[in-house]
Design a protein around this ligand. Structure first.
Ligand code: BDR
Ligand code: CA
Length: 303
C-alpha cells in the first residue's frame, strides 16, 4: 500500500477524495493536514474531523495554515457553501486535531515512516511550503507530490489561474521550485473528471456515504446535478491508484507571482520554449469512462 499524507481544505470534492483515500485498498492514509482554502482552517479542520467521525476512522488530523504565506485568504464558500460542506448535517464530534501544526505533523510522519511518503495536495500549498522552508532536509523522505492544482490552459478563479494555486501563489512557486518530483493534475484533466447525472441519481442507493455525498452534491457548484459534477480533487487520488488512466507530459512549470492579472497562473511550458528542465509531470488527458468506473468501484467500498 502506498503511504500518503493528504493535505486538504474540505470542501465537497475534498470529501470525496478523502473517501477514496480512506477506502481504496491500494492506499495507506497516514495523516490528514488541513489548510485554509475553500473556507477557513477552523472549518476545514472541523469538516475533516466530522468526516472521520462519519466513517469511524481514526486517521490523525493536523490543523494547518490559517492564511496564505503573503496574502489574505480569499475563500470559495460560493462553491462549497458557508460551512465548506453545505447540504448535510454531520453529527457533532468530540475528536480533536493533533496538538502540533500541520507542517510539524507532516515532518514527524515523514521521519517516522519506514519508506518515503507521497504528499497529496488538494488545497492551497501553504502547509507544504512551510514544511519545505522549516525542514528542507525532509525532501529525501518525500516520494513525490501529487497535486490537484493549476492549469495549462484557462483558470477557474481568475481567467488564467486555478483556485488552489491562485490562493497562495508564493507557496505553490516554492513547491514547483523545490526539486521534488511533482505530478500536476490541473483543470486540463479535473474539469473533465465528471460524475454523470445518471450515476449521481443512483448514489443514495449505494450506501450511507452515497447518501451523504448526494446531499452535499446538491449544493456543490462545480457543474450541476443535471449535467454532471467535476470531481477536481478526486483526480489526484485516481492518479495514485490508476496512473494508466492519465496521459502526463514532463514540462517546466512556473507559477506567476507578480502579475497584475495573472498571479497564481501556472505557466506550463509545453513546447519547451523556456529551455528549462522539466520540474513536473503534467496530466493533460484522462480516460473519463475509466475514471468513472474506478469512482463507482471505490465508493462502493465505503460504508
Ligand atoms: C480546487 O478548488 C477547490 O474549490 C476544490 O476543492 C479543488 O481543490 C479546484 O480548482
Ligand atoms: Ca480542495
Amino acid at each position: 500500500r502506498t503511504p500518503i499524507i493528504l493535505d486538504t481544505d474540505p470542501g465537497i470534492d475534498d470529501a470525496v477524495a478523502l473517501a477514496a483515500a480512506l477506502f481504496a485498498p491500494q492506499l495507506d492514509l497516514k495523516l490528514i493536514a488541513t489548510v485554509a482554502g475553500n473556507v477557513s482552517v477552523e472549518k476545514t479542520t472541523r469538516n475533516a474531523l466530522q468526516l472521520l467521525e462519519f466513517w469511524q476512522k481514526d486517521t490523525p488530523v493536523a490543523r494547518g495554515a490559517s492564511v496564505p504565506l503573503l496574502r489574505p485568504l480569499r475563500d470559495a464558500a460560493y462553491v462549497h457553501g458557508e460551512s465548506g460542506m453545505e447540504g448535510y448535517v454531520f453529527t457533532e464530534t468530540s475528536r480533536h486535531a493533533l496538538p502540533v501544526p500541520a507542517f510539524q505533523a507532516m515532518y514527524d510522519c515523514l521521519i517516522n515512516s519506514d519508506e518515503p511518503v507521497t504528499l497529496v495536495t488538494i488545497g492551497p500549498l501553504t502547509n507544504v511550503a512551510l514544511l519545505l522552508t522549516q525542514y528542507p532536509e525532509c525532501k529525501a523522505r518525500i516520494k513525490r507530490v501529487v497535486m490537484m492544482g493549476g492549469s495549462a490552459g484557462r483558470g477557474n478563479f481568475t481567467p488564467t489561474a486555478e483556485f488552489n494555486i491562485a490562493i497562495d501563489p508564493e507557496a505553490a512557486a516554492r513547491v514547483f521550485e523545490s526539486g521534488l518530483e511533482i505530478v500536476m493534475c490541473g483543470l486540463d484533466v479535473t474539469s473533465r473528471a465528471i460524475l454523470s447525472p445518471e450515476y449521481l441519481a443512483r448514489l443514495p442507493e449505494l450506501n450511507r456515504t452515497g447518501k451523504m455525498l448526494h446531499a452535499l452534491f446538491s449544493h456543490y457548484r462545480s457543474g450541476s446535478m443535471e449535467t454532471g459534477l467535476r470531481m477536481h480533487d478526486l483526480t489526484a487520488i485516481a492518479w495514485l491508484v490508476k496512473p494508466e488512466l492519465f496521459q502526463t507530459y514532463p514540462c517546466f512549470v512556473a507559477v506567476e507571482t507578480h502579475g497584475t492579472y495573472t498571479s497564481g497562473t501556472t505557466v506550463v511550458d509545453l513546447e519547451h520554449r523556456l529551455e528549462r528542465p522539466a520540474n513536473a509531470q503534467v496530466a493533460l488527458d484522462i480516460d473519463v469512462p475509466g475514471f468513472q468506473a474506478w469512482v463507482s468501484e471505490v465508493l462502493a467500498l465505503a460504508p
